[in-house]
Structures are given as structure tokens and as C-alpha cells.
Design a protein around this ligand. Structure first.
Ligand code: TYD
Ligand code: MG
Length: 475
């Protein structure tokens, strides 16, 4: 068996060195040399493309080009995780041979979710192999006991060697493989420590190849870490089919699962979970949860229906506007783009005449939700105006709409869905783009009752919106 040979390749210029060095001697870039395998024993090289540095790509090489029409469709049968939130984020369950990278901070619930899914599938008689490189089997069992699913039929193994995991998969041919975590796995062919970029690439490439070959879906768990000795899953994103991130806020029990890449579905979907004593539970009504602690009748608080993926969600936007005590005025935004807030602030001053730009402004989307949609513009503007004027908005009101630079309120997508969600949560009035009215009416045609409890107030510009919200007096 030939001894595998490592070379250190500069990730900037491609220079190859025989030894690792802090600085590339060709281009002078620091910390750019990464170990790569150049030669593998021949038996291994057959199944793995990574010896040529093309790790992780699922296509088989060596074929002739064919017309697209004659290509057989993949991804026909999906394996449902029987977990509504996860299945939605995946785009309808696992795809045969698909590799899902589940990333997130330590302690966020990656192992918990994976074990729950494993248990769920095992209960349906499927074979799930859970490879734990992090926790001992005893710890895993203790965790399993707490969960509300039965995990007794899940096959578990404590293992950190890629080669042995490959052998186990060949032997048992499971319906789903879980690797917890990718950072603990290492191939014997590289001398670098587990978790290094070279190991991560090599291991992910080999497992991807294995899964594709067997048509077996795989969950790879990866920790997100600050730059340092242990590389985060970022370097793996291009190698896998689906990248999910688990987000949450310290001290809060709910978690948001978000797809940032998905070859088999939309990337806009989110799943909302609550971490309880018996593991992660789907949150059926996230809007109600995000609004649970809303201060009713407080200035600066506005409820905005946003759309995440296919799902409307009500969130509370809070603004605090106070006269600057010293220095230049500051804008601080949590859960939303700061520049967008600055823009809205200036629109408020220029188009509605509020002398607001010499104030410090703080924006917070309650509950740690991140809002990226322009549809939240009008809500944020009204929240700032409300805090500035120290006048609350009518408490049964929601608002949404995109703001243009001339102060016009522009139409947004899925207006009817937003309104329905608002009505469902007991809101009775919506301040929203006039230009959406026609669309909403068409949507409701023949079913006008659906929105009978909610009054739609279409506004064309910021001035009308401020009047509708009773933040400036009608002329
Ligand atoms: P875990 O899944 O181990 O996180 P990760 O694998 O992402 O590092 O989650 C651990 C946290 O979840 C831990 O702080 C305890 C908490 N937890 C519960 O609150 N309830 C439960 O049923 C379980 C299993 C964990
Ligand atoms: Mg874990």
C-alpha cells in the first residue's frame, strides 16, 4: 500500500509546498497553505474523486454528453422526516443521496434535532445509523431518554474515523446516515488534526460520494465557530446539497431553522422550534409566540406581517428615538439592516417633515427575528415616527409596505397572506399599500368573508400612512 503523500497548497495562488509554513513563499499570503492529499492507495482512489482535488461533487466522470431530454430525473422519492418544520425547510423531506449540512452554534440543538429525526424514522422501521464523534453512547442514550420520540431502534456508534464509518455504511446500508459532527471525523490519510480545513474537505467529499453512490441521504452536523483552529462549515457549503442553519438567541427557547442553500427546494423557508424538556417541538403559531410580550399601547411599537418563505409571520418592530446628548447622532439596528433604517429616517425627515435626523435611533425586531424584506419599511418608519411623537399606534393595527425615496408606499408581494395572518391573530386594521388593494380583491374574489374582520386602509405615501396611524393630525 503506497503511503499517501500530502502537499501544502496555497489557497490564493496555487503554489505547492512540501512543508507547511505560515506564509506562502510564492505570493506572500499568510495562513493560506492547506494540506491536500496527492496520492492514495489504488483501492480507495476508485471510489473517491478527492485525490484529484475535486472532492465532493456527485457527478460520475468519463461519460459522453447527452441531450438534457434523455437525462433521467433524480430526486423522485423523498424520505419524509415526519417533522413538519424540518420537512418544509428541506423542501419536502430528504432526497435520496442528498447531503444536508446542519450548522449552528454549539448547544443550539443540532444533535437533539438529528436524534429526534433518527428516532422518528427508526419508529417507521427504517434503518438509521447515528455516528457520534462527540458524545459517548451513554450520553446519547441519556439524551434519547428525554426525547418524546422512541430512539431505541436507532443504530448508534461512537466513531471518528472516516474509513471505519465508510465500512459501517457499506455493511449496514442505512436509510439515513447522521454524522455528529463533521469536525470530529478524520481520515487516516491526512496527518492534520480533525476539524482542519483539509480534513473537513476530505471527509465531506468522501461521505458525499458514498451517499450519492448508495442513494442514502446524510445529515452532517457542523459547528459554526469563529475563525481559528477549527474550521467552520462555511468551507463545506459548496460541497453539499443543502445547508441548514439553526439560529437562536441566548436565553430564548425557540430556534429558527433556515435553509441557506438548497438544491432541492426553496431557500426562503424557515422552521420554528421550541426547545423544551423533551427536545425540540414545532411551534404551530410562531406569530403568536413572537408577539407574546408585546407592550400594548406603547409608543414605538408596530406589528409588521413579514413573509418568510411561503409563510406570513407577524413580528413586532420597536423603535426608540431620543435627542442626541453628544456627538453625531447614531443609528443602531438589531434584526434589520442599519442602512435601511438610516434611509427611512431621512425619508421621514424630508417627506414628512419630522425633524428626526438629529436624534439617536434604536431599532429592534423583538424576539431576535431578522427582517430582510423591504415590505417592513413602512412599519419601521411608523415605529420611529411613533416613538418620536411619543404617540402609540392604534393597538389593533398592523402595517406593511415598501418605501420609495420620494415617500411613496409601494406594493409588496403576498399582501393577502399577510392580511389573513394579521386577522387570525386578532388585528382589525391594516395600513398597507394602496396599489395592493386590487390584488387583494382579486385574491378574495368569491370569498370576501375571508377577510371580513379586517379593514384594509390603502395608502399612497408616507403622509397618508402617518395620518392613518394618527401620528400626524389630518389636514
Ligand atoms: P444539543 O442538541 O446538544 O446542541 P448541539 O448538538 O447543537 O451542540 O442541545 C443541547 C442543549 O439543548 C442543551 O443546552 C440542553 C438543551 N436541551 C433541552 O433543553 N431539552 C432537551 O430535551 C434536550 C435533549 C436538550
Ligand atoms: Mg451536539
Amino acid at each position: 500500500m503506497a503511503k499517501p503523500k500530502s502537499v501544502y497548497v496555497c489557497q490564493q495562488c496555487g503554489y505547492e509546498a512540501a512543508k507547511w509554513a505560515g506564509k506562502c513563499s510564492a505570493c506572500g499570503e499568510w495562513n493560506a497553505l492547506v494540506e491536500e492529499v496527492r496520492q492514495k492507495n489504488s483501492a480507495k482512489a476508485k471510489g473517491s474523486p478527492s485525490s484529484t482535488g475535486r472532492a465532493g461533487y456527485g457527478a460520475a466522470g468519463g461519460g459522453e454528453p447527452v441531450p438534457m431530454s434523455s437525462v433521467a430525473m433524480e430526486a423522485g422519492d423523498r424520505l419524509l422526516a415526519e417533522n413538519e418544520e424540518l420537512d418544509r425547510v428541506l423542501g419536502g423531506g430528504f432526497v435520496a443521496g442528498g447531503v444536508v449540512l446542519l450548522g449552528g452554534d454549539p448547544g443550539i440543538g443540532k444533535s437533539t434535532l438529528s436524534l429526534q429525526v433518527a428516532g422518528m424514522l427508526a419508529c417507521r422501521g427504517l434503518k438509521v445509523l447515528y455516528v457520534s464523534g462527540e458524545e459517548s453512547l451513554g450520553q446519547l442514550k441519556m439524551r434519547g431518554e428525554r426525547l418524546h420520540v422512541d430512539v431505541s431502534d436507532v443504530l448508534v456508534v461512537g466513531e471518528t474515523s472516516l474509513e471505519r464509518v465508510e465500512a459501517l455504511v457499506q455493511k449496514h446500508s442505512p436509510d439515513l446516515l447522521v454524522v455528529d459532527s463533521i469536525q470530529t471525523m478524520a481520515t487516516e490519510e491526512l496527518t492534520s488534526s480533525p476539524g482542519s480545513v483539509a480534513q473537513l474537505r476530505e471527509v465531506t467529499g468522501s461521505i458525499t460520494q458514498l451517499g450519492k453512490g448508495l442513494g442514502m441521504p446524510t445529515i452532517l452536523i457542523g459547528h459554526v465557530t469563529k475563525e481559528g483552529a477549527i474550521a467552520g462549515p462555511k468551507v463545506l457549503e459548496h460541497m453539499v446539497d443543502t445547508v441548514l442553519y439553526f439560529e437562536g438567541q441566548a436565553g430564548m427557547n425557540y430556534r429558527i431553522l433556515r435553509a441557506v442553500k438548497n438544491r432541492y427546494g426553496s431557500t426562503n423557508e424557515i422552521g420554528v422550534f421550541e426547545m423544551r424538556g423533551d427536545g425540540l417541538n414545532a411551534v404551530e403559531n410562531p406569530s403568536a409566540m413572537f408577539l407574546a410580550e408585546r407592550p400594548v399601547g406603547a409608543p414605538g411599537s408596530v406589528v409588521v406581517p413579514i413573509v418568510e418563505g411561503t409563510r406570513p409571520l407577524l413580528v413586532e418592530v420597536q423603535a426608540l428615538v431620543s435627542a442626541t446628548k453628544f456627538g453625531p447622532p447614531r443609528v443602531t439596528a438589531v434584526g434589520m439592516d442599519q442602512n435601511r433604517v438610516l434611509l427611512l429616517l431621512n425619508i421621514l425627515e424630508k417627506r414628512a417633515g419630522l425633524k428626526i435626523t438629529d436624534h439617536d435611533v434604536f431599532i429592534n425586531v423583538a424576539g431576535g427575528v431578522k427582517v430582510a424584506e423591504p415590505a417592513a419599511d413602512l412599519g419601521v418608519a411608523l415605529a420611529m415616527a411613533s416613538s418620536f411623537k411619543n404617540r402609540p399606534l392604534p393597538q389593533d393595527t398592523v402595517c406593511f409596505g415598501e418605501m420609495g425615496l420620494t415617500g411613496e408606499v409601494r406594493a409588496v408581494s403576498r399582501a393577502a397572506g399577510r392580511l389573513m395572518e394579521a386577522q387570525k391573530l386578532g388585528f382589525r386594521r391594516a395600513i398597507a399599500p394602496r396599489s395592493n388593494t386590487a390584488g387583494v380583491e382579486t385574491f378574495l374574489e368569491g370569498n370576501e368573508e375571508a377577510l371580513s374582520e379586517l379593514r384594509y386602509e390603502g395608502v399612497r405615501d408616507l403622509g397618508q400612512a402617518l395620518r392613518a396611524a394618527k401620528l400626524i393630525d389630518s389636514a
